[in-house]
Design a protein around this ligand. Structure first.
Ligand code: PRP
Length: 206
C-alpha cells in the first residue's frame, strides 16, 4: 500500500485529479465530508489529508511514503526527504513587502513579521542585515499597517492582498511551486512504484 500525504485545499484537489488520472483514484476523495483517510485497496493507495505545512513531517517520518508540498515549506523546515518533481502548480513567490511609502531606517535592526522565520533569517543573513523577527501565524500583512513591524516576509500570489492594503513588494526572495516528495526509505524499497508515479506526473504536468 502506498501512503500519500496530500495538502487539504485547492492544491491537494488538483494533485488528486492528476493522481486519479494515472490510476490512483479513490472513491469519496472529493466528497464534502470530514474524513481524513481514504483508501483504494485494489489500486494499493491510501491518501491522508494533511495541513499543507505538515506534509513534510508525515513524509520525513515515513507515515506517508510520498506527498505534495510547497517549496516554501521545504525551505522553511529543511525536511530530509527526496524532492522528485516540480509540479509547476501553486506558483507564488516569497517576498519582502511593506507599505507603499515605507522607507528603510538602516540605523537600527529591521523588524520583520513572518511565519517563514528561517527563510527570513537566511535571506537577511545573506545581505548582512540585522533583523528582529516577529513570528506570526497568519494575516501577516497587518503587521506593518499597525506598526508591529517594518516589513513582512510572506507569500505573494496574485498580489491582491498587498494592493488592497496599500502595500507593495520591495524584494522577491524566492519563487515557489508545489513539489512531489518521497520518504528516503520508501523511495529505496518502493522505487519502481514511486519513480513511475513521478514520471507519469511529469508527463501530465509538462
Ligand atoms: C497567503 C499569504 C498572503 C496571501 C497572498 O495567505 O500569506 O496573505 O495568501 O495571496 P495574494 O497575493 O493572492 O493576495 P493565506 O490566504 O494563506 O492566509 P494567512 O493570512 O492565514 O496566511
Amino acid at each position: 500500500m502506498l501512503n500519500v500525504a496530500l495538502p487539504k485545499g485547492r492544491l491537494g484537489n488538483q494533485v488528486y485529479e492528476l493522481l486519479s488520472k494515472i490510476g490512483y483514484e479513490c472513491p469519496g476523495m472529493l466528497d464534502d465530508n470530514r474524513k481524513l483517510v481514504f483508501e483504494n485497496r485494489e489500486r494499493g493507495v491510501r491518501y491522508f489529508l494533511v495541513k499543507p505545512a505538515d506534509v513534510g513531517v508525515y513524509v520525513e517520518s515515513g507515515a506517508a511514503d510520498v506527498g505534495v508540498v510547497g517549496k516554501d515549506i521545504l525551505l522553511e523546515h529543511g525536511h530530509s526527504v527526496y524532492e522528485l518533481l516540480d509540479l509547476g502548480l501553486g506558483k507564488c513567490r516569497v517576498c519582502v513587502a511593506s507599505k507603499n511609502d515605507w522607507t528603510e531606517d538602516t540605523g537600527r535592526p529591521l523588524r520583520v513579521a513572518t511565519k517563514f522565520v528561517n527563510i527570513a533569517k537566511t535571506y537577511y543573513a545573506s545581505i548582512n542585515r540585522e533583523i528582529e523577527i516577529i513570528k506570526l501565524n497568519g494575516s501577516i500583512e497587518l503587521a506593518p499597517l499597525v506598526g508591529l513591524s517594518d516589513v513582512i516576509v510572506d507569500i505573494v500570489e496574485t498580489g491582491s492582498t498587498l494592493r488592497e492594503n496599500n502595500m507593495r513588494v520591495f524584494t522577491e526572495i524566492v519563487p515557489i511551486s508545489a513539489r512531489f516528495i518521497a520518504n528516503k526509505t520508501s523511495y529505496r524499497f518502493m522505487n519502481e512504484t514511486i519513480s513511475n508515479i513521478a514520471e507519469r506526473l511529469r508527463e501530465e504536468t509538462e
